[in-house]
Write a protein that binds this ligand. Structure first.
Ligand SMILES: [Zn+2]
Ligand SMILES: [Zn+2]
Length: 165
């Protein structure tokens, strides 16, 4: 399963890895690309994507593939959980306490099914501080432009639907 024995950490991969390890914001491919490009100006998005996937397959980074929104990557390999913002798609860490770890192990082993359980995925959903502030204050001026892309908001009304024939 793992073929990471002779996985070479090329300069590109090192730069990509550092872009991930130096943050806890679970960047998307685009985010990683923007960060990597500041150090490797000629790197392409496709290269970043391919290397991220290879590093995920080799256990150097974690891949978060939520049901909605963009795929994200995580350079923090210590056990922890995630909470995802249903507004903007931001993902933050929830530390794995002894109690939470015990609960999840219970989920893994305590269910009645004929399936053999490989793993249980636990994800919290909520509103991040920024989205909470935005909906409360309703002021258009959001402070601080960031590279975090606005992901598609579930259930947005007023999506352009032109061309009904
Ligand atoms: Zn948010
Ligand atoms: Zn994380």
């Amino acid at each position: 399963m793992l073929e990471g024995r002779n996985f070479r950490l090329t300069e590109r991969r090192r730069v990509i890895l550092e872009a991930l390890r130096g943050s806890t914001d679970h960047p998307t491919v685009d985010d990683v690309y923007i960060r990597a490009r500041s150090r490797l100006p000629r790197i392409s998005l496709a290269t970043v994507y391919r290397n991220l996937e290879e590093m995920a397959a080799n256990g150097l980074v974690r891949k978060l593939a939520p049901e909605e929104g963009a795929r994200r990557y995580d350079g923090q390999m210590a056990p922890h959980f995630h909470v995802r913002c249903t507004g903007c798609g931001a993902v933050a860490d929830i530390p794995c306490t002894a109690e939470l770890g015990r609960l999840v192990r219970e989920l893994e082993t305590g269910c009645e099914t004929d399936f053999s359980i490989g793993k249980v995925r636990v994800e919290w959903l909520g509103k991040c501080p920024r989205c909470r502030g935005a909906s409360a204050a309703d002021g258009g001026a959001s402070s601080g432009r960031s590279v975090v892309p606005k992901n598609e908001k579930p259930g947005v009304t007023g999506v352009k639907e032109k061309g009904d024939r």
